[in-house]
Design a protein around this ligand. Structure first.
Ligand SMILES: Cc1ncc(COP(=O)(O)O)c(C=O)c1O
Length: 402
């Protein structure tokens, strides 16, 4: 009997795939007594379990539809709800052919890449950016053109230069990927002025702008900036948002909005991927929203997470050495922490020994870098753990400094 030779069978793309750096941390995070600042998880203690459980009535009321295969672009009542609920942010009620429901924003991102990216095409990404985006884009064969961020988001003044560099090396750039609000990992938000400038650059270079906004509703201080979708006059912004951070990531229900011809292509890709997002999940999310729970839950989680953000800020101020740099985020889930002179991979090992986990900065750099950064999530840990985990982190830093 001859052995199966997978090296002759796996696709070139599969051979090149790397595991998600965050999912790889799971075995460490699951160790007993470990405090996790690692994954970007909501607080399970505040999941609206009773309200969501009551949404099962949709199965009784509309079971013949929701237990059937559904339309690829999504459950119509949910689409209508989202279009109306998002209208203040989108600048108008988007049309049904401009909106589709996806299995998480992660899928929206993948469908957009499938519609736009040939292997070797370029995507402009923030440096640092969300590792899940790097993962999806890499799987689709994209090359990364990186532009650094500061407190006002991507340094858009550097975009033309980045485009020229990409062109000079023969890379066809298709879109700019920007996490506009409370960016993962840096916590920064793109200023209104830079949003305008980004759109101008996109117009000059015939680019799409992918505005990824899973944290936009979770603002703890200040006022909301207008979405780029609402500012766009040339139909080039594709906007994605999700129920993951504002309701429950286990639902795997999100949405994406853009020009009908772009959405149409993404629908065709989705037809071949999963036909439709679970109708059971979509309809329960719809019922939950239609019962008014989303509107009453949002202020509660904003208050809850603001307190947790403050808990982490207080604990960092109490325990971390004075040379450690971070900005207290105005929203979202994360602190982005620079520890000068420290290799965060080595710090990670020391921290695990001390009983606290985070994500190494290097996971967030598409083309390498970020070794002296770590990302800490403040939404998942309890108040006591935010304090104790920060203390453990300071001990691990002290271990490194020897
Ligand atoms: C910036 C960003 N985009 C997209 C996602 C994916 O979210 P979803 O659960 O909707 O797939 C995440 C999840 O952490 C994220 O941080």
């Amino acid at each position: 009997m001859s052995q199966l030779d997978l090296s002759a069978l796996f696709s070139d793309r599969a051979k090149d795939m790397k595991p998600s750096p965050i999912r790889e941390l799971m075995p460490y995070i699951k160790q007993p007594g470990m405090i996790s600042f690692a994954g970007g998880n909501p607080d399970p203690k505040i999941f609206p379990i009773a309200e969501f459980a009551n949404s099962y009535v949709i199965l009784e009321n509309d079971g013949k539809t929701v237990l059937q295969y559904g339309a690829t672009d999504g459950y119509e009542p949910l689409k209508k709800f989202v279009a109306n609920w998002m209208a203040p942010r989108m600048g108008r009620v988007v049309e049904p052919d401009e909106l589709m429901i996806t299995s998480g924003s992660q899928q929206g991102m993948d469908l957009l890449c499938a519609a736009l990216i040939n292997p070797g095409d370029g995507i402009i990404v923030e440096d640092p950016t969300y590792p899940g985006a790097i993962h999806t884009m890499r799987n689709r064969g994209a090359k990364f053109v990186t532009v650094p961020c500061d407190d006002d988001g991507m340094k858009v003044d550097m975009l033309p230069d980045a485009m020229e560099r990409a062109r000079a090396s023969g890379i066809v750039v298709k879109f700019i990927y920007s996490i506009v609000n409370f960016q993962n990992p840096s916590g920064c938000s793109l200023s209104a002025e830079r949003r305008k400038k980004m759109l101008e650059v996109a117009e000059n270079y015939n680019l799409i702008v992918f505005e990824d906004d899973p944290y936009g509703h979770l603002r703890y201080d200040g006022i909301h900036e207008p979405t780029m979708f609402s500012m766009d006059r040339s139909g080039r912004v594709v906007y994605a948002c999700s129920f993951s951070k504002i309701l429950a990531p286990g639902a795997r229900v999100a949405w994406i909005t853009g020009r009908p011809d772009i959405i149409r292509k993404m629908i065709m890709v989705k037809q071949g991927a999963d036909m439709c997002t679970s109708l059971v999940a979509q309809s329960m999310v719809y019922q939950y929203c239609a019962d008014g729970h989303m509107d009453s839950f949002l202020p509660k989680i904003i208050d809850h997470y603001r307190k947790k953000r403050d808990n982490m800020a207080e604990a960092f101020a109490r325990y971390l050495p004075s040379d450690v740099q971070y900005t207290v985020p105005k929203g979202g889930f994360f602190f982005w922490v620079r520890i000068p002179g420290i290799n965060s991979r080595e710090l990670f090992n020391k921290s695990i020994e001390r009983g606290v986990a985070f994500v190494n900065g290097s996971a967030f750099y598409a083309n390498g870098g970020g070794l002296d950064y770590i990302r800490t999530c403040f939404t998942f840990a309890t108040t006591e753990e935010l304090d104790e985990g920060s203390r453990r982190l300071s001990l691990a830093i002290a271990d490194m400094k020897g």
